[in-house]
Design a protein around this ligand. Structure first.
Ligand code: PGA
Length: 248
C-alpha cells in the first residue's frame, strides 16, 4: 500500500448530460500526470456517461453514496453490486451531507464501508467536525469516533482499499477553507488513530484527502503539507478549467 496523490471532484446533485459533454470537451487539452489519481463522483444516473469520457483521460469515476444492504427490497437505494457491475472505481461513504440530511451515523457507515471493501471497491470515507464541535474543542474526539466507529471490523487486507477524506463541515461550500496548518494538524491526528487501530505501515500508506472550499488558488499550499495527500473538491470541480488547474 502506498500513498497516492488524488484530486477527486464531488459533483453532488449538479451537472446535466449536456454539461458533462461540455466539461469533457473543454478538458480535451489537459494532460494528467500519470502519478495522479484524478476523477469524479457524478450523480449515479450520470456515471455511465461520465465513465465513457473519463476512461479516455485515465480518470476514475465513483458514486456519492451506496446502500448498506446487499440487495433486495430497498426502494431507491444504490446497490454496491450494480456499482461493481458498472465497473466503477470507488464509492464515497459518509459525506457530511449524508450524515446531516439523511442522519447516517457511524454504525450505518461502518456497514457500508465493510460491504463495499468486501467487494473490492475502493472507498473514500469522509469525516469531519462541525463548527460547534471545533469551537468546543471536540474536533479530535469527533474524528476519533468517526474513524473507530466507521472502520470497526475491517481487516488488514480490506483496509488497503480505503482512503480518508477529512472535510471540516464548516469549510464545505462556505468559501472558508481550513488553513493548511489546521488541515495538517487534523491529518496528522487521523494518521495517528489509523496507526493505533491498525499499524504504522498501514497508516503511512493511506492517502488522506482534504475537502472544504478547495480551489486552484489554495490547493498547492494544502497539498504541500506532509500529511495532506490530495483533495476532495465540490464547487471548484464543476468547471473543466478549474478542475484542470487543480490537477496541475
Ligand atoms: P466544496 O465541497 O469544495 O464545494 O466546499 C467539498 C465537498 O463537499 O466534498
Amino acid at each position: 500500500m502506498s500513498r497516492k496523490t488524488m484530486i477527486i471532484g464531488n459533483w453532488k446533485m449538479n451537472q446535466t448530460l449536456e454539461s458533462i459533454k461540455e466539461f469533457f470537451m473543454h478538458l480535451e487539452e489537459t494532460e494528467f500526470k500519470t502519478e495522479l489519481v484524478a476523477g469524479f463522483a457524478p450523480q449515479a444516473l450520470h456515471a455511465g456517461l461520465a465513465q465513457d469520457y473519463a476512461t479516455r483521460f485515465g480518470l476514475v469515476i465513483g458514486t456519492q453514496d451506496c446502500s448498506a444492504h446487499e440487495d433486495g427490497a430497498f426502494t431507491g437505494e444504490l446497490s454496491l453490486n450494480a456499482i461493481k457491475e458498472m465497473d466503477l472505481d470507488f464509492v464515497l461513504v459518509g459525506h457530511s451531507e449524508r450524515r446531516q440530511y439523511h442522519k447516517e451515523d457511524n454504525e450505518l457507515l461502518n456497514t457500508k464501508n465493510k460491504l463495499a471493501l468486501s467487494k473490492e471497491l475502493d472507498v473514500i470515507y469522509c469525516i469531519g467536525e462541525t463548527l460547534e464541535e471545533r469551537e468546543s474543542e471536540k474536533t479530535f474526539d469527533v474524528l476519533k469516533d468517526q474513524l473507530i466507529g466507521g472502520l470497526r471490523g475491517i481487516s488488514r487486507e480490506e483496509i488497503e482499499g480505503l482512503t480518508i477524506a477529512y472535510e471540516p463541515v464548516w469549510a464545505i461550500g462556505t468559501g472558508k477553507t481550513a488553513t493548511s496548518e489546521q488541515a495538517e494538524e487534523a491529518h496528522k491526528y487521523i494518521r495517528g488513530v489509523i496507526s493505533e487501530a491498525f499499524d504504522a505501515e498501514i497508516a503511512n500508506g493511506m492517502s488522506i484527502l482534504y475537502g472544504g472550499s478547495v480551489k486552484p488558488a489554495n490547493v498547492k499550499e494544502l497539498l504541500a503539507k506532509e500529511n495532506v495527500d490530495g483533495a476532495l473538491v465540490g464547487g471548484a470541480s464543476l468547471k473543466a478549467d478549474s478542475f484542470a488547474a487543480l490537477c496541475k
